[in-house]
Write a protein that binds this ligand. Structure first.
Ligand code: PLP
Length: 377
């Protein structure tokens, strides 16, 4: 199934929420797409070939989320899809965008401090606080709510938020980047105005994603200067990346068929970790959350130390959110959940995917054992 040899060589890769291996059929599709080098906007045969490859991919991505193909806007990834939604869904100022305090930085960058919706100890949106904020704000308000948290995996009650939004005439954008590859997605059932997707979280390539709008919905372009993507996103399309996204979307059913097995691996890892370190804390444990994600704090041992020790043993995990600047700070997600800073700094995120096996669970536990022992000492 996999193009990469991640599980064949010595690397034990447990960081699927950061990025995933590229699927074999995706790599094949990219090679084939290289031959379709035409500009999809050109009217000649080379352009038309490229255009049809892009439109096939659009159909596949739309089908993956039960959306309409003409409502898929290809972007350079989840970050850009979030920016497009938050700047273009309603013609409003930044003050009218509100978002949960645990959103990804690519959402939080568009929200002021007064626009943060508090969450509970498990990172789940506080609906009462949200309603108070909606009462106070003049319409139109845009609510940004993620489907699943990238650090803890906790799932948000999207339906309840949509109900509140409709009561107050607000719109809802859902960052669903952590959905594909882990759960089935249906934009119509979610009832939101738009969702963001990122291809590299589900077997595709980095640097490509999509904003999918609800049927009848529209968005004002942020990237200007061309009529591509129905005038919603200017710029010549990344044809190989988009084709790759389409191939990953077509493989999605097969990837999802691994989800129950993947969850058993995650559960075994959590049980093993707690057996070694009963003082360890698993965030959002017992709450609805992604079956592949474990966010574990080992009080007394910094995430940096854990990451380095695990890395030496060839085990790849991350510290809460991926440290984009190379420095690990306490996670804003855990802090928003009321976790003390010291405890937050001892948290690691282990995220499984379709290539993992029981051997990966054993390798993690073996490498983590001395850390658990020194935490207890
Ligand atoms: N939103 C969430 C929840 C994510 O986890 C990520 C990536 O980690 C993004 C957005 C950004 O996506 P991309 O890497 O495609 O820009």
């Amino acid at each position: 199934m996999a193009h990469s040899s991640v599980s064949e060589n010595s690397l034990c890769y447990l960081d699927y929420n950061a990025t995933t291996p590229v699927l074999a059929e995706v790599a094949d599709a990219v090679i084939a797409a290289m031959g379709r080098f035409g500009n999809p906007s050109s009217v000649h045969a080379a352009g038309r070939h490229a255009r049809s490859a892009v439109e096939d991919a659009r159909e596949a991505v739309a089908a993956m989320v039960n959306g309409a193909a003409q409502q898929v806007v290809f972007t350079s990834g989840g970050t850009e899809a979030n920016a497009l939604a938050l700047r273009g869904l309603v013609s409003t100022s930044r003050t009218n965008v509100i978002a949960t305090a645990v959103e990804h930085p690519s959402v939080l960058a568009h929200v002021g401090a007064e626009g943060l919706i508090p969450v509970d100890d498990d990172g789940i949106v506080n609906l009462t606080a949200l309603e108070e904020m909606l009462k106070l704000r003049p319409a139109p308000v845009l609510i940004a709510l993620m489907l699943a948290n990238n650090e803890t995996g906790v799932l948000q009650p999207v339906g309840a938020v949509v109900d509140l939004a409709r009561k107050y005439g607000a719109l809802v954008h859902c960052d669903a980047v952590q959905g594909p590859g882990k759960v089935a997605l249906d934009i119509q059932a979610l009832g939101v105005d738009s969702i963001s997707l990122s291809a590299h979280k589900c077997g595709g390539l980095k640097g490509v994603g999509a904003l999918v709008l609800r049927k009848g919905g529209d968005v004002a372009a942020d990237m200007l200067g061309g009529g591509q993507e129905r005038r919603r996103r200017a710029g010549t399309e990344n044809v190989p990346g988009i084709v790759a996204f389409g191939a990953a979307a077509r493989a999605h059913g097969r990837i999802l068929s691994e989800a129950a097995r993947v969850q058993r691996l995650r559960d075994a890892l959590e049980a093993g970790a707690l057996a070694m370190a009963p003082q360890a804390k698993i965030f959002a444990n017992g709450k609805p959350r992604l079956g592949n994600t474990a966010c574990i704090a080992l009080p007394g041992i910094s995430s940096e130390t854990q990451l380095m020790r695990l890395d030496l043993a060839g085990v790849a995990v991350s510290a809460g959110s991926a440290c984009s600047s190379g420095k690990i700070a306490a996670s804003h997600v855990l802090l928003a959940m009321g976790v003390p800073a010291e405890e937050a700094k001892s948290a690691i995120r282990v995220s499984f995917g379709w290539e993992n096996t029981e051997n990966d669970v054993s390798r993690f536990l073996e490498a983590w054992r001395p850390l658990a022992a020194s935490a207890a000492a």
